[in-house]
Design a protein around this ligand. Sequence first.
Ligand SMILES: [Zn+2]
Length: 682
Amino acid sequence: MQLRTGRLLSAALFPRIPSLAGSLRCSAVTMALATFAVAAALPAAAAAADPQKLTVVVLVVDSLMPDEFGQSYPATPNLTLLRDEGTSYAHSRAVFSAETIPNHVAMMTGMMPEHSGIAGNSYWNRTGDPVATDLSLPSELEATTLFTRIHDACPGVRTAAALSKSYLYEIFSECGYSGSDCGINRAPGQSFDPSADPTFIPESNHTPDQTTMREARGFLPDADFLFINLGDTDRSGHIDASGPSGTPFARYAALMDTDTLVGQLVDDLDAAGRWDTTVMILVSDHGMDWSTPMNYVNLTPDLDAGLFAVQNGGTGSIFVVDPADPDRNQKLAAARSTALMHEGVDAAWYREPNPLDPGEDTLIPASLGARHENIGDLVIVAKQGWRISDPSSSSNPLPGNHGHLVTFHNTFVVTGGLATLRKQTIGDPAAVVDPMSRLPEQSENTDVAATVAWLLGIDATGMDGRPLAEAFTSAAPPSICGDLADSDADGDPDFRDPCPYIAYGSGCICPPVPDADCRQTTHPGASKLSISGDDVQSLRFNWKDGAATSLDDFRDADDEALSLCLYSGADGLARSIGELRMPLDLLCEGESCWRELRSTKLRFQSADGHPDGVEKALLTAGGDGQARIAVKAHSGVLAATPLDLPVRAQLQSRGGGCWEASFDGQGIKRNVPGRFDAVSGD
Ligand SMILES: [Zn+2]
């Protein structure tokens, strides 16, 4: 049987991380332990996988920045493999303010803060005496959450949330902690209140990742959609005084532990037989920036009476206390002018136009989608290396902060075990992008909800986010309410079936008709094809003296799909008679089935011939007349002989590579039941 997590190991062919082999051995050990734990702790019925069911996990590593994993330190083998196995976005953007609650709300509603009402972590509710409180009340959340949408559209899909922070638990509850602040949404099917757990840390308002992941793994057997927030990386970052040095040691130590826990979650899914029907969105809510102790901006002392400042880490919100204040515009203009004189202030924006200080550039940029009254009447944004501290200069002693624009860039990876996931990086990682701009190719946190809805076939019309369908090889949603398509009703989802049940999906790449633009051999007679047998046929294909081809020509950098495509019949009548897949990322007993030999050859070896029967292939690069292809298979997926002529054999990659031999006329030596033998050319 194929090791399904094994799909994670495909980097072996093109090693990117030196420590990969070691880390994978660790993962195998955790996997064995996890299997035992699952078997021991969970009811058998719950642990058994439904092969037809999609699992969707949204995993938030709080404040993780894309350049903090993927290198040797901090060691993050599991996060790195997840990134390399999926589609990652070089440019991804948080919502404003780049704080935890608004961004988790954006992920679960698909809405920008001006449509969700959740524009910061803290706010003043504009009634009674001005006081800063968490913006975590369900009654303030004006947008529909995924939990509610899924409940209404797909009652069979079971939802769960394991969120480390009490304010995240609260915002996605039906009513707040007081029991009175009830909203329009339904709570997740399963969730846990971190503040009720003995390991809860009141100072940081969160449970350690050990606890949060324990809860998440406990929910897993009864969850089809699971939302997780791991808070340790963020919380250790906030208090990490080594942050301004450029190497936040405590944060990186926490991240390495988090990485191990993420590996356990993947191992659980794998042990339950669910990994290859899992899509995981690995994301962070925002980034992190560090300031030295004296780099703070304290707004309160300079404010006119009647204004009130609420800090949000790297941003500050100023509220007009009396809505009827006749001097409001004058006071706000003075506050803006004073703030902009401070060396630590990057920007100061009104929520609504101020007639005393007009101009589009005085307003919160429209592209931030944050003009909601909960963000205040004037927003102050800190520069990189600075923080907002209110009401007093000692109110925010944290070296690590976020909210401001430099912390907008977040992690966004669509990954998992589903075979239709594409491995790619979208956008140029070297490009510098203005956080205010919205690039068509970038992802945003609002895209999480739209993508989850799309995966489940739920209508997401009206969301600000977009479904990231480009992360998949198939343009159609993979499931309807979590039920994966099974066109031939054989009990296995389409992507596990032989080709061509999903053309262009799940590793099937042979088009229904032959490719007209292929590399050829340099002379007739240079290729041979033989097929023999009845139910299981033995196939040998040899293509030699071929047109110039490099190893990279054979490799499909895009998604590493490579197949031998066989066609039968004259032009216009030609039909596919079988596809033998040999993806470059395929694993054989835990290691890549492909090896590079002496920089000139790629060799494929698979003892059990998974998935379509190819046991051996050798691709040889070379100049004109020197390239070669040899394929040997025992396969049950080919059409029976005799075959309509001509017969064409084409090695194809999804990226457009094609190498062909055609068999017809006098080249046909035998074409009878149970036997086809031919050399190329007429
Ligand atoms: Zn956060």
